[in-house]
Design a protein around this ligand. Structure first.
Ligand code: CTP
Length: 406
């Protein structure tokens, strides 16, 4: 997002403290950030902090003579490539729906012809209230992009949905909306992510510790390069990436069906940690203990989604990429997986305990292709995703050139 201009509107909610981090992260990505701080927002963060981080004047008052003389509200939204409202309070969202313009933030939002991204943040009952839900539906129908909110503990002491999306997710959404690059425009990308849950009975299931963070980041990065992206994900605690069609599934069988329904695709990236087995017969009722007797579960092997997508049919994506978690002999094990699955590339993670990859924010990967292995330095998982997306774009672009030359 180098050289792009973001107009960030900080409204009055406790999540405003995260907006300071958001400014820092957007600027680290190369964006210029200009801020409007509502009077409510200024109760939570100071104009001085916002100004210091954005290295710009902070705008607050609609009818401030200096502001109008230097830069009117129309000019503020005209100068931006994207408007971001974070936190977006229930009140400001309602004003957007009604078209009210009684302060600088709502006036800039009414005056803009640029894309708008909102990151709602409010108490769970305010979020679930029919008024807010209807407002969100109206805004979505008008093409307003939404990131979050998340489920979790809230500052008010309650638990539920309504927590503002993390700055890293808002930055990813901004990158997608700004269309940082269009190298994959016109392409369809299919990505699997997260764990799968295989039910034992109505209340229990077999699962694994996958967070889905790497897979979701890959979907975000592909969408940021302009690909129409379908993300088929097992249960995770992550927010749906903006600009990505997210299909939520539980089991490996559901994941395979959703992937097949999403075809054709130009590229498929299988980052999900699919359960290798499912329980043969799911109990219709909750299983009961029977006085010290051990319980044996018969397991059946699940379909291998990566292998299915790699099969040489006329629906095979041009490029199929798998992931592999290995602790030793990365090159040999990765190459063996490449051959056994029939995919084109394997992204092998070194998950030795010393690396701290599981649950960590960083990852060190090796890209294994028929030509050999390329080791990438340790990077944030989002950075790995962006580098992989760029390599995919290069590969599909090269294929196109070969095709047109032939
Ligand atoms: N995979 C899949 N469907 C499965 C199992 C795995 O699509 N039923 C995909 C994963 O998404 C990943 C790749 O296969 O891209 C490798 O997964 P991994 O768990 O490392 O390998 P396995 O095939 O399960 O082999 P093993 O556990 O024996 O190493």
């Amino acid at each position: 997002m180098q050289g792009k201009r973001v107009l960030l509107i900080i409204a009055g909610g406790i999540a405003a403290y995260k907006s300071l981090d958001l400014i820092r992260r957007l600027r680290a990505e190369g964006a210029a950030v200009r801020c409007i701080l509502t009077s409510g927002g200024a109760q939570f963060v100071t104009p001085l902090a916002v100004s210091a981080l954005s290295e710009d004047k902070v705008y607050g008052e609609l009818f401030s003579l200096t502001d109008e003389a230097e830069l009117g509200h129309i000019q503020l939204s005209r100068d931006a490539d994207l408007l971001v409202v974070a936190p977006a309070t229930a009140d400001l969202l309602a004003k957007m729906v009604a078209g009210l313009a009684d302060d600088l933030a709502s006036t800039a939002l009414l005056a803009t012809d640029k894309r708008v991204l909102v990151a709602p943040a409010m108490n769970v009952r305010m979020w679930e209230h029919v008024a807010t839900q209807q407002n969100m539906a109206t805004l979505a129908a008008r093409g307003i992009a939404v990131v979050g909110p998340e489920r979790g503990d809230m500052a008010c002491g309650e638990f539920g949905e309504g927590r503002m999306a993390e700055p890293v997710d808002i930055v990813a959404a901004v990158a997608t909306l700004l269309g940082a690059g269009r190298a994959l425009a016109g392409r369809h990308a299919l990505v699997t992510s997260g764990p799968t849950h295989e039910p034992i009975d109505p209340v229990r299931y077999i699962a694994n510790r996958s967070s889905g963070r790497q897979g979701h980041a890959v979907a975000t990065a592909l969408a940021a390069l302009g690909a129409r992206t379908t993300l088929v994900t097992g249960p995770t605690a992550l927010v749906d990436p903006v600009g990505v069609e997210t299909v939520k599934v539980e089991t490996a069988a559901d994941m395979l069906a959703a992937c097949e329904a999403a075809l054709p695709a130009d590229v498929a990236v299988c980052a999900a940690a699919v359960a290798d087995w499912r329980v043969d017969k799911q109990a219709a009722q909750k299983l009961k203990k029977t006085a010290g007797a051990p319980l044996a579960l018969a397991l059946t092997e699940n379909p291998d989604i990566l292998r299915r997508l790699s099969e040489a049919t006329n629906r095979r994506p041009q490029l199929v990429v798998g992931f592999a978690a290995e602790t030793e002999n990365l090159a040999a094990n990765g190459k063996a997986k490449l051959d056994s699955k029939g995919c084109d590339w394997i992204v092998a993670n070194d998950v030795s305990a010393a690396r701290g990859t599981f649950g960590g924010s960083h990852n060190q990967v090796h890209l294994i292709t028929a030509e050999g292995m390329e080791s990438w330095p340790e990077m944030a998982k989002e950075e790995v995703a962006r580098k992989l997306a760029q390599r995919i774009a290069d590969e599909l672009g090269a294929g196109e050139q070969t095709g047109s030359a032939a």
